[in-house]
Design a protein around this ligand. Sequence first.
Ligand SMILES: [Zn+2]
Length: 415
Amino acid sequence: MNNSKAENERLFKKRIKELSKIKGWGTELISLYIPPEKNLAEVTNYLKREYSQASNIKDKITNKNVRACIKTIMQRLKTINKPPKNGLAIFCGAIPTSNSRGTEKIEIFLIEPIMPIKAFIYRCGGSFFLEPLEKMVLPKEIYGFIVIDREKAVIGLIKDVYVQLLGKYTSGAPGKHSKGGQSQQRFNRLREKIILEYFRRVGEHATSFFRGTPNLKGIIIGGPGFAKQDFLRADALPSDLENKVVGLIDIGYGGEEGVRELVSKVGEVLSGLVIVKEKKLVQDFFKKVVEEPNLVTYGFNNVFEALRREAVATLLLSENLSLHRVKLTCRTCGYIDEKILNGKEINEIVTKGVPCPKCNSPLYIEEEKDLFEELIEEAGKHNAEVFIVSAETEEGKQFASAFNGVGALLKYPLT
Ligand SMILES: [Zn+2]
């Protein structure tokens, strides 16, 4: 997959995630899906009808808010000639700004989806209706895995950067012990029989899970010793699935304890997998911070400057990046200050307050702008590769907390 396409998709996912967090009071969030071939005049007519119907809404505030939303959408549509090539999804809602009713703010979000919108949809609800967009970003890289030894097994999926466990099993086989002689042989035969049955049982579960997973790219089997080979030799998997096995990986444990190790070693088999690339990039960044500090930079201002100077090879951004450009103003003396702050620092200002340096009155946050998109845009202008670091991995969490979620690998040292 082309890199900018992949990044586009991750950005798209991020926006869906953000919209999914928004909750409204009643049914004051509107979702509108406009297919590419749809005539916008028709959409406006449809909205006009909805607008007049909304006057029947009994709750006064809901009535007012829904109509304000519809109006906002209609105004925005006036500025558009025709839908973009994949159509347009519009989300507009009365978004609560505090715990008290009546303080909602009307906000509108436009999304050009990564795939064509198939049907015209208008919905009002307590949250935005995102299913049609979510369907566009089903994971692309799905591998099945089985981590197995003679006692325990787990079956799961690696979906892009996520790991999902589907089931876990135990053999119930008695441990090896030696008595010697006839009874030992009988004991061994019995033990092997139990293990063979367990392999087949795990195989049957894996078969039903993996056959039920569309787009399964391959299967990885991990475990200590020869359990992996014995599992395959037991014909535990039918031939269509056996043909999908792309690697056997040696790890210390079977069962859940082995999953982490499997994922970290998966790179030996699948070097193109996103999770591996992510680990490598972030680890490379951490290493350079210590060993070659002139080849990395971090902190919003430094990164922005490096981008402008065309020095950035790869921009790393945490999907949970929480940096904002904030305008602080004093309502008494008119003092204005602009700062780059993270979510925690903003919270502190909101809860504890910060005094004006000139007159000591409290400063207010007038404007707050998320810097994620600003950074991506700047990277695009200066040919830097962007990698969005998921917040689900250990490395990703560390990157987000230690570096505020923004850093860059440089092409050359900046002096
Ligand atoms: Zn002041």
